[in-house]
Ligand binder design. Structure first.
Ligand SMILES: Nc1nc2c(ncn2[C@@H]2O[C@H](COP(=O)(O)OP(=O)(O)OP(=O)(O)O)[C@@H](O)[C@H]2O)c(=O)[nH]1
Ligand SMILES: [Mg+2]
Length: 215
């Protein structure tokens, strides 16, 4: 009974996600679903990325958060259009939430829509929101065992940002073994090593994202 209910929820989510995807394509919007654990650095990376790209393309952001508008306020300060979704305790965004949020955006003028999902390494990966691609942030302080422990999100994501590399000297995180595990799970995954405090890797990442938005 429970299994059937979950299947029904996912089926109806997939239908709305397909509708979202068609709408985005018709409007020429590329959509990135940005996922990762709480505190991995999603919003900070977004701030650094927007600072590099706002002069080049029109970007909008949807912020997913359980209860607050704290992240949306950070993005708004950069002068970027941002819509807040509060899930009221829900652990992920779904396609219907994105569909509703998009009614407040002028999709025809946006080239890149970035959706920061709720901080969680499990549930967001299970829900298609109609994005073009998923990205996952894994921070150094979380440990190098996370790809194998939470494989779905790394299998689903086209790109992974290994963030907070400035903290490598203070942890036992093994970059080589994390890279090997990521590539075993997902042979074509693109890997960036980033530090939002030192600026490492951010220009390369922003250039890659700009390339995605141009397609
Ligand atoms: N040392 C270091 N700290 C970082 C880096 N990136 C982010 N942080 C810090 O990590 C903390 C969490 O960053 P956020 O960007 O709020 O993380 P988040 O993933 O958006 O968190 P949630 O939205 O709550 O899931 C903040 O104190 C950031 O300043 C980094 O590259 N290095
Ligand atoms: Mg955040």
């Amino acid at each position: 009974m429970e299994v059937k209910l979950m299947r029904n929820i996912l089926d109806s989510n997939d239908e709305i996600a397909a509708f979202n995807r068609e709408t985005f394509a018709a409007c020429g919007v590329v959509v990135m679903n940005l996922m990762g654990s709480p505190g991995s650095g999603k919003t900070t990376l977004l701030e650094k990325t927007l600072a590099r790209l706002v002069d080049k393309i029109k970007i909008a952001v949807i912020e997913g958060d359980l209860f607050t508008a704290k992240d949306a306020e950070r993005i708004e300060r950069l002068g970027v259009d941002v819509i807040q979704i509060n899930t009221a305790g829900g652990c992920h965004l779904d396609a219907a939430m994105i569909q509703k949020a998009c009614t407040s955006l002028d999709l025809d003028v946006i080239s890149l829509l970035i959706v920061e999902n709720v901080g969680n390494l499990v549930c967001p990966a299970e829900f298609d929101i109609g994005e073009n691609f998923k990205a996952v942030v894994l921070s150094i302080t979380e440990g190098d065992d996370k790809p194998l422990k939470y494989p779905l999100i790394f299998k689903e994501s086209e790109v992974v940002l290994l963030n907070k590399v400035d903290l490598l000297p203070f942890t036992n995180f093994n970059l080589q073994s994390a890279r090997e595990d990521l590539t075993t799970l997902h042979p074509t995954i693109k890997i960036f090593e980033t530090s939002c405090t030192k600026g490492t890797g951010l220009d390369d990442w922003a250039a890659w994202l700009l390339g995605k938005a141009a397609h």
